[in-house]
Design a protein around this ligand. Structure first.
Ligand SMILES: NC(=O)c1ccc[n+]([C@@H]2O[C@H](COP(=O)([O-])OP(=O)(O)OC[C@H]3O[C@@H](n4cnc5c(N)ncnc54)[C@H](O)[C@@H]3O)[C@@H](O)[C@H]2O)c1
Length: 265
């Protein structure tokens, strides 16, 4: 029971990775504040939890990019639960696929939700974590943060979030606060539906880029995140843990062209 009596907040709680994390934290004795932007996307999941008798959660509907709303919600959580042990920043959105289709409005929107929104909720929690002399923050990043694979504004925000987590790890480590990033490669979630609609073979095509010849599932991301959220990662802070089936390790087609050997491509 890694999360006995722990209070966790998970943002973007309707997403499949967040659902896995929520279910597991509750199963392991914790309480989860499930924060989602819309009731309609979260409610079916909460109904599933109820059927499984996993009722140790609170539903909160809010937009993380609304600073005042978020600060108020964090104060309400503290008033009710007295502490916040774990914050999992899971919200991630992208409005534009390439620079060609990026406008300044879309750029600002991506930066505002992914980067500023994550800052607002993290900063609101940090104040209390500092008082508690205890806290654990995990932000879901992306392999996009250090290579161009589309979504430039989103990628810039994700890169900045790694830097932000490192700043927290460095400056707030003295208060027993850990901060880490988990960076997934491709994961088949609802967010991919529009691309699959354009090309049903998207994932089959992607497979060749992954050295392990498999693609991470929401469960893979949840397991890595909850490892960092647990005491098993007691001395781990400021890392960017890639969960990408080897994608970031190298570029096999490039190695193949250099050496004229197969490299599995
Ligand atoms: N799916 C992938 O291939 C992949 C790859 C790398 C990183 N990621 C990251 O993993 C996380 C989850 O991705 P996903 O594919 O499950 O996406 P998703 O869209 O299914 O989940 C994100 C959730 O965030 C919510 N959300 C969006 N804006 C919000 C706001 N302003 N306030 C509150 N909630 C908001 C959405 O409603 C959604 O439920 C994201 O951080 C994403 O960037 C995903």
């Amino acid at each position: 029971m890694r999360f006995e009596n722990k209070v966790a907040i998970i943002t973007g709680a309707a997403g499949e990775m967040a659902q896995e994390m929520t279910r597991q934290i509750i199963k392991e004795g914790g309480f989860v504040v499930t924060l989602a932007i819309r009731s309609s996307s979260l409610d079916p999941f909460l109904e599933e939890l109820n059927k499984e008798n996993l009722t140790n959660y609170k539903k909160v509907i809010a937009d993380i990019s609304n600073k005042n709303e978020i600060e108020k919600i964090i104060e309400e959580i503290i008033a009710e639960h007295k502490k916040i042990d774990i914050l999992i920043n899971h919200v991630g959105v992208t409005q534009c696929e390439s620079l060609e289709t990026t406008t300044s409005e879309l750029w600002e929107k991506d930066i505002n939700i992914n980067l500023n929104g994550t800052y607002y909720i993290t900063d609101a929690c940090l104040k209390h974590m500092k008082n508690q002399r205890d806290g654990n923050i995990i932000t879901i990043g992306s392999v996009n943060s250090d290579r161009t694979v589309g979504n430039p504004a989103y990628s810039a925000a994700k890169a900045a979030l790694i830097s932000y987590m490192k700043a927290i790890a460095t400056e707030y480590g003295q208060y027993n606060i850990r901060a880490n990033t988990v960076s997934p490669g491709s994961v088949r979630t609802k967010a991919w539906d529009f691309r699959i609609k354009k090309n049903p073979e998207t994932f089959e095509n992607l497979l060749k880029w992954y050295p392990l010849k498999r693609i991470a599932t929401p469960t893979c991301i949840s397991k890595a995140t909850l490892f960092l959220a647990s005491e098993d990662a007691y001395c781990i802070s400021g890392v960017n843990l890639r969960v990408d089936a080897g994608l970031s390790a190298g570029v096999a087609p490039f190695a193949k062209d250099i050496t004229s050997e197969s490299f599995g491509v």
